[in-house]
Design a protein around this ligand. Structure first.
Ligand code: DC
Length: 225
């Protein structure tokens, strides 16, 4: 059976990573979380104390680091130069700065090169903001996953509080709105639905149902699962 390339894009908190991981598991494919890659660069920029507005230095960081994504026990592990930073890239500090870092053209070129290499032989589910429009324009399946901003903020709040971060729901909603705006309005590869992507709204949809909907689309494409 042909191994598909599945691109899942959408705004923060739409459920992309959970859904994409489960779809990959069901298909026996590799899951690639491209948001984690931009977060890893942001973490390294913070660690080195570089001003995120310094485009030249920030792009140099993206080119210099040895960024690895691996999967263990259903979780994506992220490392930079052999240091595991899986949990460090989810802090509010990284979340606040990641849009600034990810609008940098040099950073995007470095990440997109890596992403295309990772997707080289198919059998991947890749999630992000520009996968269907820019990274893998010829992906076999393109999904645009979204949800209302109130629901997306509620999900992120649950995730953060479960991990011990004290954040106010209202602040989180404002931050997500700000990140959506930055991701949609940036000059290079902004967040938008590809013309040939299937829109799935998860506001009132459970994760298993969203996963099933995507698997059905894959099945229709290959004839088998
Ligand atoms: O999916 P996430 O929230 O972990 O992504 C973090 C940030 O990375 C997001 O605000 C925008 C950026 N990003 C991007 O610009 N392009 C991608 N393909 C994935 C993420």
């Amino acid at each position: 059976m042909k191994k598909l390339t599945v691109a899942i894009d959408g705004p923060a908190g739409a459920g992309k990573s959970t859904v994409a991981r489960l779809v990959a598991e069901r298909l026996g494919y590799t899951y690639i979380d491209t948001g984690a890659m931009y977060r890893a660069v942001t973490w390294e920029v913070l660690r080195r104390g570089i001003d995120a507005a310094d485009a030249v230095k920030v792009a140099a960081v993206a080119r210099a680091i040895n960024l690895q994504l691996t999967t263990a026990a259903g979780k994506t592990l992220v490392s930079v130069d052999a240091t595991d930073i899986t949990d460090d890239i989810r802090t509010p500090e990284v979340s606040r700065l990641v849009s600034e870092v990810s609008k940098n053209g040099g950073v995007r070129d470095a990440m997109v090169n890596l992403q295309r290499q990772m997707a080289g032989f198919g059998g991947v589910v890749m999630d992000g903001r520009d996968i269907g429009t820019h990274v893998l324009p010829d992906a076999d399946i393109k999904i645009f996953l979204t949800a209302s901003i109130a629901e997306r903020a509620r999900r992120r709040w649950c995730e953060l509080t479960a991990n011990g971060f004290a954040v106010a729901l209202q602040d989180l909603q404002a931050e997500i709105a700000c990140r959506d705006k930055a991701d949609c309005e940036r000059a290079i590869a902004p967040l938008r639905q590809a013309a040939d992507a299937v829109l799935i709204d998860t506001t009132d949809l459970t994760i298993p149902r969203a996963v099933d909907a995507i698997l059905k689309i894959c099945e229709a494409r290959t004839g088998v699962l």
